[in-house]
Design a protein. Sequence first.
Length: 95
Amino acid sequence: MKLSAVRLAPPTSAPPAWTGLAFNDTAWVAGPAEFGFGENDEATVVPYGGVAATKWVTTYFRHRFITGDPASITNLQLRLKRDDDAIVSLNGVEV
């Protein structure tokens, strides 16, 4: 499955339960990958706080997918292009 859109929020917008299934992310910006700070190679420009010299160091990304039969999924593969670090959670659990 290729992600068609991912929701993102700056660090000041992520409440403690943002990785949970019930979290409502509809107020977050949505856009397709690739993400970046405006280097002309991204599809969605990530907000960075307004001062280029002191960009926020964290941005939160979410993508929801639904399956009719979770028991039928035996493997998932994530492809992640990142610069620096990333933490990935599935249903609120770091993987």
